[in-house]
Design a protein around this ligand. Sequence first.
Ligand code: NAD
Length: 358
Amino acid sequence: MTDFTYDGLPGRIVFGAGAAHTRLAGELDLLGAQRILLIATDTEGDLATRLCTPFADRIVSTFSHVRPHVPVEVAELARKVATDSGADLVLSVGGGSTTGTAKAVALTTRLPVVAIPTTYAGSEVTPVWGMTDHGRKTTGTDGRVLPKTVVYDPDLTVSLPVELSVASALNAVAHCVEAFWAPRRSPVSSAVAEDGIRHLAAGLDTLAASPTVTPAREELLLGAYLAGSAFAVAGSGLHHKICHVLGGAFDLPHAQTHAIVLPYVLAYNAPNATEATNRISRALGRPDTVTALRELGAGLGGPAGLRELGVTEADIDTVVGDITAIAPADNPTPVTDEGVRSILRGAWAGSDSVETAR
Ligand code: NAD
């Protein structure tokens, strides 16, 4: 592809082991933050409190009522807390659900966000917000929700259980893979995506043996940053549309859903996406990309099929039409109801049925 339009995104990135402890206060000073709303779940509460100790007097309120996929009522509650406390900045410490809550606040209040991610979701470098209302997920793009500064500290991800780490890292791999055929792909997003896969695969390779060792976590977090950056500028394609509909319809865990579905979408697109497949293969160092993807997280736990997440076989037909309706028109393999059904059947059964998705 030689014709492209590329919109670079602003944002300051600070990356390094220990950075959340040593660099955060200085970054908040640079933004002139005096009245900070802290958003963190109870799970990340102790960590967030420790990180905020040097500037505890500037925390005017703490919001911990974070829920997956940002229900609108949670967004409204968080916005009220921000307004009532007179906050001038939102600091989020946590995974994509926490970052998403901070973004929901920024969307209406225009407050700047500083994000400290503790998973590999990548939301912290995208201008995309998402909220759910009665099982329907709505997303949108707005530059106001893009965090002004992101502090990436691999040490904070050591506590992420291996199974969740794998799912979250495969979610990041999905951002990279999809960036090759997403609507706003460009040579920049493809280069970033390829390198992202390389780092994520290296991190996954050593994760099982050394989940608490910083180098593996550094590889994964760096890969997650690159993945989020590629996704942010390239946009979302068939894989993300499928996961978006599944997540909203059946209230599925985000990272695990991505991890399960990705090989089936790759198998569906691969015959018509030669350059993407070659680059994924080069990054993974393996000729068969679908098998390599499936083996990346194998043996490290996690569900193999959607049925293990509580989806029934009958559920598949209820979402096929919704997915086909929003699938990108220029997906490498034309998207039909039958094609989507075959991807979902494969992903539902898991294990050896990748071939059926072609
Ligand atoms: P999450 O934020 O819901 O976190 C999953 C679980 O992990 C939670 O229980 C959390 O408390 C726990 N956790 C987080 N960090 C931990 C750590 N270091 N140690 C131990 N436990 C930890 O899940 P997620 O996968 O990070 O994010 C998913 C959400 O992010 C979804 O709503 C998804 O739509 C959104 N997302 C948005 C974008 C975007 O660009 N807008 C991109 C990716 C994901």
